[in-house]
Design a protein around this ligand. Structure first.
Ligand SMILES: N[C@@H](CCC(=O)N[C@@H](CS)C(=O)NCC(=O)O)C(=O)O
Length: 255
């Protein structure tokens, strides 16, 4: 097995490669060569979870090299991708300049957002209480909005839409509405989820709101007009140049 191979995400392997910054020893770079290894390597697709990271990278100005993980080619199931994320999901990153100057590989968009916020000291409060507040709302997205909206998408737009029994769909409509109400109340007197400061909590959440209304075509189904604070902040989010750019990265290319 190449050095820094399939088990690159394990602590044991991380110890082995500490201090050694040659990305070519990471198995994932066999399939997706790093043309600019000094830049942070992003393995992704512009889905609501994927764009969280490209938007964050655009917002922070951190140099990065995006790599397209094609679901239509089963790239997420390739041995090279699994060496980075055994859970076969995008996004994932590889950063040559991780903690202590050693390379770090990470998956799970929430963990990546925290890592990037701490690395750049941007988009997360620096004080401990504010930091936990940001993480709390990030987890609200990771554990609630993402999984529930995702199921709603399945039952409204994809294979589940043909099921005669509408109870599963309605369960996710109700749960999505409940989450939207929580978010709407939170935003009633705030510009962004944390208040005046735009943060990783917004970057995690609003791609999913956008996707629910757009790609999943579920705006009417969830009664999005009942949540005017959510739609107001979505509009502000979509108007950010970094968001407009990040939503298209990595660019989808024909098979
Ligand atoms: N909790 C994960 C979820 C990631 C996720 O669900 N990614 C989807 C795209 S949005 C994926 O890679 N699906 C590919 C598959 O399931 O094979 C995160 O936030 O990073």
């Amino acid at each position: 097995m190449p050095r820094g191979g399939e088990r690159v995400q394990s602590n044991a392997t991380r110890t082995t490669i500490a201090g050694m910054n040659d990305l070519s020893t990471f198995f994932v770079t066999r399939k997706w060569p790093a043309h600019h290894p000094e830049r942070l390597q992003l393995y992704s697709l512009p889905t609501p979870n994927g764009v969280k990271v490209s938007i964050m990278l655009e917002e922070t100005g951190l140099p990065y090299e995006p790599h397209l993980v094609r679901f239509d080619a089963g790239d997420q199931l390739s041995a090279e991708f699994l060496s980075l994320n055994p859970n076969n999901k995008i996004p994932a990153i590889l950063d040559r300049n991780g903690p202590g100057g050693a390379p770090i590989a990470l998956f799970e968009s929430g963990a990546i957002l925290i890592y990037l916020a701490e690395k750049t000291k941007q988009l997360m409060p620096q004080d401990a209480a504010g930091r936990y507040e940001a993480i709390q709302w990030l987890m609200f997205q990771m554990g609630g909005i993402g999984p529930m909206f995702g199921q709603l998408g399945f039952f409204n737009k994809f294979a589940g839409k043909d099921y005669e029994d509408k109870r599963p769909r309605d369960r996710y409509v109700a749960e999505s509405r409940r989450l939207l109400k929580v978010l709407d109340q939170r935003l009633a007197e705030r510009a962004w989820i944390l208040g005046d400061a735009y943060s990783i909590a917004d970057i995690a959440t609003f791609p999913w709101i956008n996707n629910l209304i757009g790609f999943y075509e579920a705006g009417t189904l969830v009664g999005i007009e009942d949540f005017p604070n959510v739609t107001r902040v979505l509009k502000a989010f979509m108007a950010r140049p970094a968001v407009a750019t990040g939503l298209g990265i990595p660019a989808r290319t024909p098979a």
